[in-house]
Ligand binder design. Sequence first.
Ligand code: M6R
Length: 612
Amino acid sequence: MCGIIGYIGKRNVSRIIIESLERLEYRGYDSAGLATLDGNDLYLCREVGSLENLKAVLKDYPMKGSLGIGHTRWATHGEPVRVNAHPHVDCSESIAVVHNGIIENYLELKEKLQSSGHIFKSETDSEVIAHLVEDYLKNGAANLEQAVFCTLMDIQGAYALAVMRKQEPRKLIAARNGSPLIVGIGEGETFIASDAPAIIPYTRKVVFLDDYQVVVVEDDILTISNINGTPVNYNISTVDWDVNAAQKNGYPHFMLKEIHEQPQIVKSILAEKIDFRNLDLKVEELLKIKSRILQAHQVIIQACGTSFHAGMVGELALEYFTNLHADVEISSEFRYKHFIAEPGSLIISITQSGETADTLVALKKAKQKGLSTFSLCNVVGSSITRESDSVFYIHAGPEIGVASTKAYTAQLFCLYIIAVYLGVLKKNIKPELKNNLVKELTLIPALMKKVLGVEQQIAHCADKYAAFDDFYYLGRGVNYPSALEGALKLKEIAYIHASAYPAGEMKHGPIALVNPNLAAVCIAPRSATYDKMLSNIQEIKARKGKVIAIATEGDEQIGRFVDDVIYIPDIQEIFSPLLVALPLQLLAYYIAVKRGCNVDKPKNLAKSVTVE
Ligand code: M6R
């Protein structure tokens, strides 16, 4: 939650901060602000709402300076009003701070600081940082870094923060614990940012900070230390994401662009993971833990939100292809659960961002219990990747739309590859079957393109149902997770109530709510339970509910029972979620657009959930 940026160099900082905040805005958009230093003058500007509001103010009052910090907020402590917007300053307004995370002991610290005369202006937890730094400087700290080091000893909780002080106008300090932070190294300039896409137009050389590391940049001299002040060695990595990947490239929204990127992403995963000469799978990431996998009898998958839905499909695919016992857990529950795992079990953490706090903590817990840790992640160098024994990167490129789309299908596709690979390794899949499965996987990009070809029909269907306020999403087997994911998309971006059920559960309660004003999206591709699904559809129609079916091309009969049909190409049932996902994403997208919603920045949400 929240995005932070810092810059020290020679260019006009306010432009760089605003441009970077545009790329970070998906992390929160309750308010935005920046502080700059020009000589010993500190300038501060903060506005409620999206970055556009801040930009409008800066148009008339551009800010000077070549050192500064910026913030885009997803409110945790204190409403989204200007006084709670970052940067926060101390009493003398000479120290400015931006912070992402939660300072858990802020109330206690605040009371102490107030009793020694500090005046607080906001309700945030973050403001204590500025006052603590001020207090240490007042009480003998020799300079800003000394005061920041002392402050870090006092605060508990998660933080990625950046601090500057007008009396030390060529110094920028940042620190990380539990919230993501990177350092970008340019020519005579240094950046601090919550993630790499924020700064890739300026530099691709980055240092991924570890927890409890502190960065001090004075002019262009960079020092990274641990929290005790001992300098540490660091590696500079090169980020290979395309700058265009973080642009809309002519699409009205990132979400629509990302939906359309899916065939290409799957194609690149295939190119990396399949040896087309002999149809073998190449999964080096698993080779690293091969001996442990061969002994494992159990796989636990853990994730949140959309990644959890991918994990649900992964569980079914793993059991289907490997005969291993697989379980899937929601990270926020799993982290507190007393779980029993057989020795040598494997835990797969799925996460787009690699920074989801619940997933990270659950992974650490599994590690302590001696499980082999394997992660499926999109963001290179993120916290979860650094905690894992081995990482399988889904290489979906930056996903900017808050509602996950391309990361979901990339996760699914990688999970199928892993399941088939493990099936072969465990000798559960014979070579001929493996060849057929791999061949079918190679067809997916073309089939996805075909689904995207019916976009206009889906847009018309969306127009028809955009005024409905209640939706059911029903599916069976491997498409029950698809139903959950479809409903989540609609809730997230169109703010419509949508519940998902395994279709067989309808008669146990949910059918009570069926009426002419309820629309049910019924996922009914060719499958072992197709006939059952057809009965469920008829039960809804008998109660006058509206039905939009997702069915397999060539299925003529379904049209007789439903109001609308969206066809997907024929594919074997186990792989069908890969195709089903696309019309569900497009339906939610066009309904949201029709209702005038801000698709890329849905209210109350943030892309990366780095708080509990
Ligand atoms: O980055 P992660 O995959 O760990 O994120 C998990 C969820 O927060 C995420 O999938 C969320 O549910 C999205 N908004 C879904 O569109």
